[in-house]
Design a protein around this ligand. Structure first.
Ligand code: PMP
Ligand code: GLN
Length: 385
């Protein structure tokens, strides 16, 4: 008798590190500074707008590319923030989250054997997204401990098969942000090539120390070849809403939508109605960087009671800490031990590498209430004595 057998398209993939560590945190009743999500409440006015939208009857499918009023607001927003002239009808598609936008961009452009350059440590969805589309991931290591991009190394990785480069600023997990010199180097690299760019900008407003966010929407010459991916979850403290959007030039977006319409078709309607109204009234995302910078600083100050050493973070929810003075264990072993024995969960940065790498650094999420951060550090102090 014949039984169906799956020949896995992702044979080397297990469960994501975020799910694994969050489950371990629950099991050991640990404070979860691992997976990136806030533990403070989101804006209640925005919640009420969703409630109202449902009561007002916005419960059926909205336009396949997203609620027109929301796309219109986004077009105005990116014009104000990045001086970008974006047509809401042809260049913006609302997606169920940033990850989906990135996945769809890869599906749109990749054919078997195409190579994609990415920077390690890399957000963990990129490589499986590339491989399931038949692509080949070509990792370039960011240089420890500065995590700068060595553009010469990138140049050396370019071949006739290079189809795309994926960048991420502010960067998860390092908190690094790209500078103008990086944009210039990227421009020089892709000029007169057929290389696409996927720009993961989900942390666009979570940026600190007065650094500007260098969205690729600012550069029309680069935007010509770019899918720019965003997430509402990060901007409005509602990661569980899983809503985002992609902006791209019309010819790219046309193909993106062909994929999108037969995978998701359209996203949650009341949330889109609420966000379109909220965006019209409020610009609270403009304070987000300052709000999170205070949390980064508070956590860093608390961590001075321990022997963990902070690496710089200029954006995102995260800061990385070295623990080489405390233990010689691998990141994975040490992160498990901290959860099981100290009651604090983190993410081992080695999980963001395909190329085996262990610099003895852990990623901490500081997007938490002050009391949560205080208790976590108290537990570390008590455990290490
Ligand atoms: N990219 C990066 C770098 C992220 O950290 C996240 C966080 N989840 C995403 C994309 C995806 O965001 P979303 O939850 O909207 O899919
Ligand atoms: N982006 C989040 C992080 O880096 C997690 C999202 C997820 O669990 N997939 O922690």
């Amino acid at each position: 008798m014949l039984n169906p057998i799956i020949h896995s398209k992702l044979p080397s993939v297990g469960t994501t590190i975020f799910t694994t560590m969050s489950a371990l945190a629950v099991k050991h009743n640990a404070i979860n500074l691992g997976q990136g999500f806030p533990d403070f409440p989101m804006n209640s006015e925005l919640q009420e707008l969703v409630d109202q939208a449902m009561k007002d009857g916005y419960n059926q499918y909205v336009h396949m590319c997203g609620l027109p009023a929301l796309r219109e607001q986004l077009s105005q927003k990116v014009n104000e923030d990045y001086n970008a002239n974006i047509n809401p009808e042809t260049q913006i598609t609302i997606t169920p989250g940033g990850t989906y936008a990135i996945y769809t961009a890869f599906t749109t452009i990749l054919r078997p054997g195409d190579e994609v350059i990415l920077f390690e440590p890399a957000y963990d969805s990129y490589i499986p997204n590339i491989e399931i589309n038949g692509g080949v991931a070509v990792p370039v290591a960011l240089e420890f401990p500065d995590y700068r991009i060595n553009w010469q190394l990138v140049q050396e990785k370019i071949t006739s098969k290079t189809k795309a480069i994926i960048i991420n600023t502010p960067h998860n997990p390092t908190g690094k942000v790209l500078e103008e010199s990086d944009i210039d180097a990227l421009r020089a690299l892709v000029k007169d090539t057929g290389i696409f760019i996927i720009s993961d900008e989900v942390y666009e407003h979570l940026i600190f120390d007065n650094k500007p966010h260098l969205s690729l929407l600012r550069y029309p010459d680069l935007l010509e070849r770019t899918f720019v991916c965003f997430s509402f979850g990060k901007v409005y403290h509602c990661t569980g809403w899983k809503l985002g959007y992609c902006i791209a030039p019309e010819p790219l977006m046309k193909e993106f939508r062909k994929v999108h319409q037969f995978n998701c078709f359209t996203c949650n309607s009341p949330v889109q109605v609420a966000l379109s109204k909220f965006l019209q009234q409020k610009k609270e995302y403009k304070q987000l960087g300052f709000f999170l910078q205070q949390k980064r600083d508070y956590f860093q100050q608390l961590m001075q009671q321990t022997s963990f050493k902070a690496l710089p973070s200029h954006g995102s929810y995260f800061q990385m800490y070295e623990y080489g003075d405390i233990s010689t264990q691998t990141e994975n072993e040490f992160a498990i031990r901290l959860t099981e024995e100290a009651g604090v969960t983190t993410i081992p940065v080695s999980a963001f590498y395909k190329t085996p790498t262990d610099n003895r650094v852990l990623r901490f999420c500081f997007a938490k209430k002050e009391s949560t951060l205080e208790e976590a550090v108290e537990r570390l102090v008590n455990y290490f004595g």
